[in-house]
Write a protein that binds this ligand. Structure first.
Ligand code: F6R
Length: 365
């Protein structure tokens, strides 16, 4: 059932281009995003004053990426909140609030409770779910499915990627309804979306290189991920993947925050994964990287073909991914980070598909 692969996680990592294709292809027609499974009244959408994205874990990290994209495409204040915090926060919600709830399993108790709380206060809930007919899917006002197929490994990979893509499509769809997207940008992003599955294949084809880096770094006992904007959101997921399956202590930091405390933890040999895939802020990312390097950090960098030369001059090792539209860059950036976690955990002999203390769906508080 693992299709000849040693772990479900590995199989699911490799399945991502196909899963994305299934999520994308029914929703793009003649260069436009269509959502046949979503009946959103345009008048309702025009009245939305505020969006909450509510989720836990990796689904929350999808929200972290989507916040940037939604605010760019919809020009509506969008807040990402952990479900376990939202439900007890006396949230400022009314009829003009849209609550977007993200959950692979559709059974996460905190996410379910947060959704009910938002609905009780007058919001409509739109759920992005993988498991058909799950509790969250049933109780939401609207549901759109990520067509990732069953995900068995505890650490999510293909569900994360399809959630991310579905949020992009939703942002394009609603932004189009609102007239808040520049038409050229709309066309560019849709064209770029269609290329993602093939570009993802090329990221997966570089797995031997990532395995090599894992063999070089698997013995570190603390790893930092740094980045700005979308790279910060990407780093949060990269860090979670690593800690949950390899048990290595890891933290993700917004690069600009380093000076405010964390940089004191950098000592000779500390591994820093520097994310510099978001081209508009590449130079800023680079200067933070130079700062950690000058304190002795070992830097494994991730960037795109656009900035490769500059990056290679400063990092100890550089992983390069193809270029896409900046808002989609995390969809490619996540691939080497998933592979890195997987290979590091493999080297350390961890129980990859069933990491200690974790459950696939968390149905208790
Ligand atoms: C991490 C992981 C968890 C889940 C979280 C939410 O790899 O799998 O952090 O993302 O428990 O689960 P869902 O999306 O099912 O609500």
């Amino acid at each position: 059932e693992k299709g000849g692969h040693p772990h479900f996680m590995f199989k699911e990592i490799l399945e991502q281009p196909e899963a994305l294709h299934k999520t994308i292809s029914p929703r793009i027609r003649d260069g436009r995003v269509v959502m046949d499974d979503l009946q959103l009244d345009p008048d309702y959408v025009k009245n939305i004053s505020r969006i909450f994205i509510i989720a836990c874990g990796s689904s929350y990290h999808v929200g972290m990426v989507a916040k940037y994209t939604f605010e760019r495409l919809l020009r509506r204040p969008t807040e990402v909140v952990l479900a376990s915090e939202f439900r007890y926060s006396d949230p400022l919600v009314d009829e003009t609030t849209l609550a977007i709830v993200i959950s692979q399993s559709g059974e996460t108790l905190d996410t379910m409770a947060a959704m009910r709380e938002a609905q009780r206060r007058g919001a409509k809930a739109l759920a992005v779910v993988n498991v058909i007919g799950s509790s969250i899917a049933r109780d939401a006002d609207h549901v759109i499915y990520t067509w990732a197929g069953p995900e068995i490994a505890v650490a999510t990979t293909k569900a994360y990627s399809t959630q991310l893509m579905l949020m992009n499509l939703l942002g394009l769809y609603m932004g189009d309804m609102l007239g808040t997207i520049d038409p050229q940008e709309y066309t560019d992003i849709v064209a770029a979306v269609e290329k993602i599955p093939a570009q993802m294949e090329s990221c997966l084809a570089d797995k031997a290189e990532i395995q090599y880096y894992a063999s070089r770094y698997f013995n570190h006992n603390s790893i930092f991920f740094i980045g700005r904007n979308l790279d910060y959101a990407l780093g949060m997921e990269g860090s979670l993947k690593l800690k949950e399956i390899s048990y290595i202590h890891s933290e993700a930091y917004a690069s600009g925050e380093l000076k405010h405390g964390t940089i004191s933890l950098i000592e000779p040999g500390t591994l820093v994964v520097a994310l510099g895939t978001y081209e508009p802020l590449f130079d800023k990312a680079m200067s933070n990287m130079v700062e950690v390097k000058s304190r002795g950090a070992e830097v494994l960098a991730l960037t795109t073909e656009l900035c490769r030369d500059k990056m290679e001059k400063n990092a100890d090792a550089t992983i390069c991914i193809p270029v896409t539209h900046p808002v989609l860059q995390p969809s490619l950036g996540i691939i080497p980070l998933q592979l890195f976690s997987y290979y590091v955990a493999l080297q350390r002999g961890c129980d990859i598909d069933k990491p200690r203390n974790l459950a696939k769906s968390v149905t208790v508080e």
